[in-house]
Ligand binder design. Sequence first.
Ligand SMILES: NC(=O)c1ccc[n+]([C@@H]2O[C@H](COP(=O)([O-])OP(=O)(O)OC[C@H]3O[C@@H](n4cnc5c(N)ncnc54)[C@H](O)[C@@H]3O)[C@@H](O)[C@H]2O)c1
Length: 246
Amino acid sequence: MVETRCVAVVTGAASGIGLAVARHLAGEGWAVVAADCDEAACVKARDMLDGKIVVADIGTPAGAKAAVDAAVEAFGRIDLLCNNAAVHPLEAIEDHALKSWRETFRVNVDGTMLCSQAAIPHMKRAGGGAIVNIGSISGVVPYARGGAYAASKAAVAMLTRVLALEAGPFGITVNCIAPGAIRHGERPEAEAPPANIPVGRAGTTEDVAHLVSFLASGKAGYVNGSVIVLDGGATAGRVRAGGRKH
Ligand SMILES: NC(=O)c1ccc[n+]([C@@H]2O[C@H](COP(=O)([O-])OP(=O)(O)OC[C@H]3O[C@@H](n4cnc5c(N)ncnc54)[C@H](O)[C@@H]3O)[C@@H](O)[C@H]2O)c1
């Protein structure tokens, strides 16, 4: 067990970063409930996760409640909620379909809000907890054709700060990780890292998992309402022509 905190819910955890976070936490001794709307991916992920996996659409009140209730029913509490599930369409604003625009906000923003709404009363009753939202560097520095995603991730960052104000007095910390490019799954590992990353490599799912774990630990008890950029320095500033050392 990790200190007195021991039960985590990770959304969007049947694949990618969410799956890696869930596995990392389980490896640290957390009891983990993974929630994801992709039934086939849940079946595949089940073997990789020791804990429970719940098929749920966290962009609906019922789905968000089902994800949190699964932890409370199985383990009696929820100490960490990691709001990781997201969708990311690529469409220019000029031709953006309203349907995909709304779906992006429904999953990325409503989902974060609804899962937090479901988890906070349990955390309050237990005297504390942690919420870690997975935002994106796109919420700070956007890219063309990523308008819905960027705007939704900026909303997640702001929602993080509001939740930190509201839940902080109850011992609940709320923070947001804003990753840059994270390699996983189908993404080719051999591909050269983008030249604009000062540390010289793309991010890994473990980079994200370590930060989630730290933010969920008692060691991060004074970190609240923060949006932490995790991008190897890619957006720290400009790289001068002539090399990345000077
Ligand atoms: N991969 C990157 O480079 C990167 C960079 C910055 C931020 N992020 C963020 O990290 C998080 C994970 O990204 P990823 O690359 O692993 O994405 P991914 O698309 O590989 O995985 C997302 C998971 O969320 C699930 N999901 C989608 N809608 C859902 C819903 N309504 N209910 C429940 N589950 C749902 C999907 O089924 C999928 O398993 C996201 O919040 C993403 O925005 C990723």
